[in-house]
Ligand binder design. Structure first.
Ligand SMILES: NC(=O)c1ccc[n+]([C@@H]2O[C@H](COP(=O)([O-])OP(=O)(O)OC[C@H]3O[C@@H](n4cnc5c(N)ncnc54)[C@H](OP(=O)(O)O)[C@@H]3O)[C@@H](O)[C@H]2O)c1
Length: 264
């Protein structure tokens, strides 16, 4: 999809990968709708990209329809907001676990459900979901996080199957490490710190490499972004049964929509 003039809703836009993506999408002429919890950082990203700040806490699922209404038309949805909740699972509180699953998985699922009807009506749309290698292998201290990202990747594959006959495209971004607040936080946890010391930065992808790959995927409707390249085969292996499923189910209709109610 050409980005110029397209309305792009980006979550987690206040810092890290989201802020870098906001700069890159703005440079391509996209009209940005920027979501994160209320902060000066979010306002600053909106000011420098000419986008609209939509301050919102994504744990508040019940009010998400109101956020989507405020956003208006969405041509591209980028589910980027995330929290790691890093730590030994047994040390995590129920509230911390719920926050990880809600921000990383439930909010993207709800946002897709809310924006897809409009995309279908307009006959175009694109969804980009930021997943993680933690959803491919299971690193220590990222138990709920890894589950949320495995769920997000599988959900994206499911959407692709359900909407295979429709003009909506889906991109799963599977990445290992990019230097951000989240990555710093993860590396402060003993077992991951030990891993990081061993790898001496080889697992880190430069922010610009990731951002260019994501922008390219949006512009060329690519289904998968996997970085770093050295780890891409692991993500491809996890994805293999999903691809096999596409072949298995291709002889049956993709969907049986209800005819008694309009899609809303
Ligand atoms: N960095 C990595 O190494 C890495 C690796 C694999 C995957 N990823 C994925 O890439 C995405 C971006 O990560 P990042 O490294 O850029 O993280 P980050 O620097 O920690 O930024 C997280 C973003 O999510 C937003 N966010 C968190 N909780 C929120 C909530 N309740 N409501 C609304 N917004 C919320 C934050 O905004 P506020 O706090 O301002 O609300 C912030 O903009 C995430 O989905 C992450 O899982 C990152």
């Amino acid at each position: 999809m050409r980005l110029a003039g397209r309305r792009l809703l980006l979550t987690g836009a206040s810092r890290g990968i989201g802020a870098a993506l906001a700069d890159a999408f703005a440079a391509r002429g996209a009209e940005l709708l920027l979501v994160a919890r209320p902060s000066e950082l979010l306002e600053a990203v909106a000011a420098r990209t000419g986008g609209t700040a939509l301050p919102y806490d994504l744990t508040e699922l019940d009010a998400l329809p109101g956020l989507v209404e405020r956003a208006g038309t969405v041509d591209v949805l980028v589910n980027n907001a995330g929290v790691s909740g890093v730590g030994w699972f047994v040390d995590r509180t129920m509230a911390e676990i719920d926050q990880v699953l809600t921000v990383n998985l439930l909010a993207p699922v709800h946002l897709c459900r809310l924006v897809l009807p409009g995309m279908l009506e307009r006959g175009r749309g694109q969804v980009v979901n930021l997943s993680s290698m933690a959803g491919v292998f299971a690193p220590p201290g990222l138990t709920a996080y890894g589950a949320s990202k495995a769920g997000l990747s599988h959900f994206t594959a499911g959407l692709r199957a359900d909407l295979r006959d429709d003009p909506i495209t889906f991109t799963t971004v599977t990445l290992a490490s990019v230097s951000t607040d989240m990555d710093d936080e993860a590396r402060s946890y003993g077992p991951l710190r030990a891993m990081a010391e061993g790898s001496k930065g080889r697992d880190l992808t430069p922010m610009q490499t990731l951002v260019s790959a994501v922008v390219d995927a949006v512009e060329r409707d690519r289904p998968e972004v996997r970085v770093p390249t050295a780890m891409a085969p692991l993500a491809a292996m996890t994805n293999a049964p999903r691809k096999a499923g596409r072949l298995l189910f291709r002889r049956v209709p993709a969907k049986e929509p209800r005819t008694d109610v309009p899609i809303t």
